[in-house]
Each structure stands twice: as C-alpha cells, then as structure tokens.
Design a protein around this ligand. Structure first.
Ligand code: GLU
Length: 320
C-alpha cells in the first residue's frame, strides 16, 4: 500500500478565526464531556476514558489542526456503516444496494428489530444495524475482512487502521442482538449468506481502530466530492457521495439526526465508540472523539463542539 501522509508541508497557515473557532469548540466540548456516559453494552467499550476529547480538522488545501485526543485510537463502531455503504455502492451499484435496504430514517433505536419484523422486510436504511448487516451479507463472499480494512485505510488516509482484537472479542461475545438481526433477516429470505459469517464480519468492521484524524480525512474525501485532494484520486464516485451525504444528514446521529440537522446542518455519522465523522463545506473534514455519550448514543462533547463550529463558521448546508 502506498505511503499516506496527512500533513502537507506546503500547507498555508490556518486563518486565525478558523483556528480560534476550533480552539473554542474544543474548550466547550471538554467542559461538557463529563456529563455523558461511556457505552457499556459492549463491555470493552466501558474501559474508555470518559473525559477524553479530541478534534481533528483537515481541509482541501492540506491545512490541519489536531486538538486534545485527536490521535487516540478508538473503535470506529457505527461510523463503519458509511464505509460499508460506500463499498457496497462501488461493488454492487446503486440499484442493487437499494434493493437490499431502504433510504428512510427509521425513528427507532439503531439496533431495533421491531419494524423489521412488523413493517418491512428491507431494513429502513444502511446506517442502522439491520441495514449495515444486510449490506455486509452481500459483501461477505466477495471481500475478505483484510480487503475491507484496506478500503477503510485508503478512505481514511490512515494505514495504521487495524483490528482492535479486544473490542472484536467483546462484540463477538456480547453481540446476540446483532446475531438476532442477521437471523431475522435470514428467516425472511432477505439475507442471502450465512448469518454467523455476516455477523462476524460486521463485528470486525465495527472494531476497526481509528482516530479523530482518520475520521477527518474520510470527512474531507466525502466533502470533496469523493476525491482525495492530495492525490487527485476519485475514491468514491460523485453520485455515491450524494447518497452518503444525504443518508448521513437524515440518519447519521441516531434519534438525534433531526435536531443535529437543524442545529448543525452538516452530513455526519456517529458511533458508540465516541467517534463523530463530519463532511463540511470548504471542503473540510472534521473528526471528533469523545467516548462519553448522551442519551441518544452520540458523543456529548462531539455534538456540542459541532454546534459551536457550525455557528461560528457558517457550516449549515442550508445557509449556503
Ligand atoms: N458495534 C455496535 C453494535 O452493532 C455499533 C453500534 C453503534 O455504534 O451504533 O451494536
């Protein structure tokens, strides 16, 4: 794999107002992080430092900023659903991908089985567990975990992304609800492959070890129409970027997606590991890490910091 470097030496200095907005956001986020709770339904996640908080920013000119725990490794959790969707769109195309999942916010918890059993055979969207598990089942025969990890490394410009074995083991041991989703999909004839193999690959993808900086790079690629601005390579087709951004906007923050859309207005995806991926105008990628979560399962510090950044930097997509 080619050497990937985040910082470019020729990058122009950051405008002072940009830098101070990020520093303020970091202070504001740090002040509230203690009010959240670290996820413990996957026992290994409970070991995270609830006071940790980091922000990373990377823009199209190669300017970057890392504050606090921006380079701390944590598990990607649900943010991997964006990568799964991108791979599915590339490998299977739009039509086939959306023959397996819908594009609607579910209004239910990310791991809910309710509507899947009563209302629809197709999962509501690819960013809830059922949707991601269904898409993984369509990839499991064509892709090894290592190949998918390589996709993640490329999209996040981070060759150090690896499997967090302890988180994977913990997910594997406690992931009965996700297995139940896979078996329910199988019972309906929706999931084609082996539910156990599918759940296993899904657990591994959730256990990829990333940093806020890796999420900032992925955010930048998405914000930049799918192109890695440093190598000029189209990593995600433009029409697929539109799909990713739309679903991130409508479904990216669990049952807080609507409020986040109104208050922040940036396509984003959070995970219960405390990660928050944002694709902002500029183009600018913002990655945040704060494992203390709010009642919806989003990083308290991450969401609070993004509210501040959106106001200060006019990031709301419907304001420009
Ligand atoms: N691995 C987690 C699960 O499936 C991911 C959940 C999340 O981050 O929303 O339960």
């Amino acid at each position: 794999m080619t050497e990937i470097k985040l910082e470019t030496t020729e990058a122009a200095p950051l405008p002072p107002e940009l830098e101070s907005a990020f520093r303020e956001a970091y202070e504001i986020g740090s002040a509230v992080t203690g009010t959240g709770r670290v996820a413990d339904y996957i026992p290994e996640l409970a070991k995270a430092d609830r006071r940790a908080f980091g922000i990373a920013m990377l823009d199209g000119q190669g300017r970057s900023l890392c504050l606090g725990d921006a380079e701390t490794r944590f598990s990607i959790q649900s943010v991997c659903k964006v990568i799964i969707l991108a791979v599915s769109l590339k490998a299977k195309g739009q039509r086939e991908t959306f023959s397996h999942v819908m594009m609607e916010p579910s209004g239910d918890a990310f791991d809910s089985i309710l509507k899947l059993d009563t209302r629809s055979n197709r999962p509501f969207n690819p960013l809830i567990n059922a949707g991601a598990i269904q898409l993984v089942s369509t990839l499991v025969e064509d892709f090894s975990f290592e190949q998918l990890m390589d996709e993640a490394r490329t999209l996040c410009m981070d060759e150090r992304i690896c499997l967090n074995e302890a988180v994977y083991r913990s997910e594997f041991e406690s992931g009965n609800r996700n297995r139940a989703i896979a078996y329910l999909l199988k019972s309906k004839g929706v999931l084609q492959g082996d539910p156990e193999k599918t759940a296993d690959l899904y657990f591994k993808l959730c256990s990829l070890s990333v940093t806020a900086k890796s999420l900032a790079a992925l955010g930048l690629v998405i914000a930049n129409g799918g192109v890695d601005p440093f190598r000029g390579e189209q990593l995600i087709a433009r029409e697929h970027v539109r799909i990713l951004k739309s679903l991130m906007f409508t479904c990216g923050l669990y049952d807080y997606s609507g409020k986040f859309g109104v208050r922040v207005g940036v396509p984003a995806k959070s995970g219960v590991g405390g990660g928050l991926l944002c694709a902002a105008r500029g183009p600018m990628g913002i990655g945040l890490y704060g494992p203390a979560l709010d009642e919806f399962g989003n990083s308290v510090a991450g969401v609070t910091a993004m509210e501040h950044l959106s106001r200060q930097l006019n990031l709301h997509v419907f304001d420009y």
